[in-house]
Write a protein that binds this ligand. Sequence first.
Ligand SMILES: [Zn+2]
Length: 184
Amino acid sequence: MGSRAVFLDRDKTIVLPKGGERYIYRVEDFHIPDNFVEALKQLVDHDFLLFVITNQGRIARGHLTENDVHELHECLDNILKESGVHISEFEYCPHNPRGTLYPYNIVCECRKPKTGMIDSIRGSYEIETSDSWMIGDSYIDMLAGKKAGLRTVQVLTGSETYSDYADFVERDLVKAVKRILEER
Ligand SMILES: [Zn+2]
């Protein structure tokens, strides 16, 4: 019997842009509301493994570096750890075929809606797919989740409209977690 897991998109799902910023590139660009941290803690308390999977294709356009991504993940990890939230893996895709920066400007297998990041995590952890979920703000998260056999919750903290691939649509991460715990 494998573990249940929640795969989490990062930007505009578990972290929000600070102030009027549109994108989250570096540590100073993001914040995480206290009730989002508490929601993640609830998942941990219900024995879900947590994985962050994020497209960072703007690396391929030169807007940020892999080092920026690592720094942000370390900072986020430290904030979450203080509240007893353990993220098992932070996975990111730095690619974008329309980018300009070699070697990132390629067609890869990890950029969502492809399932490469989920597949690689599954190679390292025994995960019970039927009892696992994807939470994200974008249709590409919902599509990736569905292709991987997960149930999906779309949150409306991004700018996107409802996706056909979402099993549920909720206002934010807090409501999404409530939904998952109710559905169990
Ligand atoms: Zn990739």
